[in-house]
Each structure stands twice: as C-alpha cells, then as structure tokens.
Ligand binder design. Structure first.
Ligand code: IPD
Ligand code: CA
Ligand code: CA
Length: 281
C-alpha cells in the first residue's frame, strides 16, 4: 500500500469512529434533561455522553491500531514525547460540550492523526447538521466529500472573524479583552460559536476569514489545523510560531491575507481601547 493509500485508509477508519461517536451524541441530544454532567473546572464540563462517546471511539480504534499512541480528552494520557513519535491519534469525543448540554446546535466529534507530530488525516463531524469535514495531507480538505477552500475576502472591513472566550482560563481574560478590542475595532463582527474544531472548519470552508483563541488543548485543534492548511490557509500560535498539536497552545488561523493581518492586529497597541476617564465629580 502506498503512503497516500495508507492515509486514506486511516481517514476511513477515523471517519467510521467519528460516526460511531456521533450516534451516541445524537441519542443523548434526544434526552438532554436526563443527562448527568459534572464540572471539571471553571467553565469546563464533562457529561456521561462525552465519556460514552470517547469509549465507543476507542473501542473501534484500539483494535484497529494496536500499539498506536492515543491522546483522548477524557482519558488523557501524557501529551508528551510519545505523541510526537510515529502515529498518534488525537480525539475530542465531543467538542462543544457546553453547547451540547444546552441544546445549542454547534458541537462536533474531532479526530486527528499525527505522524511524527504532524497532522496527516483529520475528521471533524458537525453532529446536529451531520456535516463532515475531512482532510489528508497533500490531498486537500473536503466538506461532505466536496473540495473546500479558505475565503478569498482580504479586506478587513468586510471580514468575519471567529474567536473563543477564555472561559476555562479566567487569568487570560485581561489579555483577551485587549485582543478583542483591537480586533473588533477593525472588522464588522466577531463570532464565538463555542467549538474550536468547528471554528477551524469554518476557516477551512471559507465561512469566516480568520480565527484566534488564547489557549486550547491538542484535541481541540489537531484535526482542525489540517483542515485549514489543506484548504489553503495558515495556522500558527497567536505569536505566529509553528503550532504543535501535542501541546496546549494559543491558535491563530486564517486565509493567507487575513492570518497576518490578525496576527499584527492582536499585538498592535495602536488599536488598544482608550481608557474611560470618569467625568470630574
Ligand atoms: C472547548 C470548545 C470551546 C473552546 C474551549 C474548548 P470542549 O472544548 O472547543 O470552543 O473555547 O477552550 O475547551 O470542552 O467543549 O471539548
Ligand atoms: Ca474541545
Ligand atoms: Ca470535549
């Protein structure tokens, strides 16, 4: 089997696993009021559906990929050296748990495959719409089997930007408020849809021009980053450094013009908000 065929076979496998996971999520969505969920930390929830979805994905992948490193959110082993050697499968069984728990229809199963630390195959399955974003390295990105490209809009006053709030990391809030003020003063609007894998899929499908977030875990972006680059976009950290899908990181993604624009804007003190001076008493 050639290397492209091997990657194609991997994509078929992770797509089947994502579909098995999506079936469990759909069943849960039909009985939201009965679902047991717990808090893992500020703004961070896990439900029985997240756990059962991950178990179903692992039950399919482990026997098919013996000895392969697996980095899965709810049973997260170390995101260390072994994730950067050989094959590693990075799994977010339910990206957008808060949305799911409220019946807000923006959540996904996200599975990425790394080879020596670099994404080579990816699936992000938007569960409520049953919309499937896939990519293998060098073969382009697809939405429901049709090729997709990043947007051609390059004029900031016409651009729509996606972002994620640092709800799980309140200490990032002062920095984020500054970044948001700098960005929103230069574009018509910003969206916070609540699932990082789908924010990246939206960049890949040309639905938004760029996206940033201050802190994500590998399972939030390992699949989505390949969708973006295979659709002709750029991904990096917020500082413009290469993105490591085995480590927590900030993220910046966009089309080839809006990515550098957003990077500069996020750092540009000229666009900081003017402090509000209270009127003299
Ligand atoms: C979260 C979502 C959200 C992002 C958070 C992630 P989860 O993932 O992707 O959009 O802002 O940082 O942790 O917890 O729903 O899998
Ligand atoms: Ca996630
Ligand atoms: Ca999750």
């Amino acid at each position: 089997m050639g290397i492209q065929q091997e990657r194609g076979a991997l994509l078929d496998l992770i797509t089947r696993a994502a579909e098995a996971g999506a079936a469990i999520i759909r069943e849960g969505a039909g009985r939201l009021g009965t679902i047991d969920w717990q808090s893992k930390g500020p703004g961070d929830f896990v439900s029985e559906v997240d756990l059962r979805t991950e178990a179903a994905i692992l039950a399919l992948l482990r026997p098919a990929l013996p000895g392969v490193t697996i980095l899965a959110e709810e049973s997260a082993s170390s995101a260390g050296a072994e994730a950067r050697r050989g094959l590693c499968v990075v799994i977010d069984p339910l990206d957008g748990t808060t949305n799911f728990l409220h019946g807000f229809p923006e959540y996904a199963v996200s599975i990425g495959v790394l080879e020596d630390g670099h994404p080579v195959a990816a699936v992000v399955l938007q569960v409520p719409r049953n919309e499937r974003f896939t990519a293998t390295i060098g073969a382009g990105a697809l939405v429901d089997g049709r090729p997709c490209r990043v947007s051609t809009i390059t004029d900031p006053p016409r651009a729509l930007i996606a972002s994620g709030f640092p709800a799980k990391d309140p200490h990032d809030l002062p920095l984020y408020q500054l970044q948001l003020a700098r960005v929103i003063s230069g574009v018509p609007d910003v969206r916070r849809a609540g699932a990082a894998s789908l924010d990246l899929a939206s960049v890949a499908a040309g639905r938004v021009e760029a996206y940033w977030e201050t802190r994500l875990s590998p399972w939030d972006f390992a699949a989505g980053m390949l969708l973006v680059t295979e659709a002709g976009g750029i991904v990096s950290t917020v500082d413009g450094e290469p993105l490591d899908p085995t480590q927590p990181s900030s993220i910046l993604a966009g089309n080839p013009v809006m990515h550098p624009w957003l990077r500069e804007r996020l750092h540009d003190p000229l666009h900081s908000p003017t402090p509000v001076v209270p009127p003299p008493a």
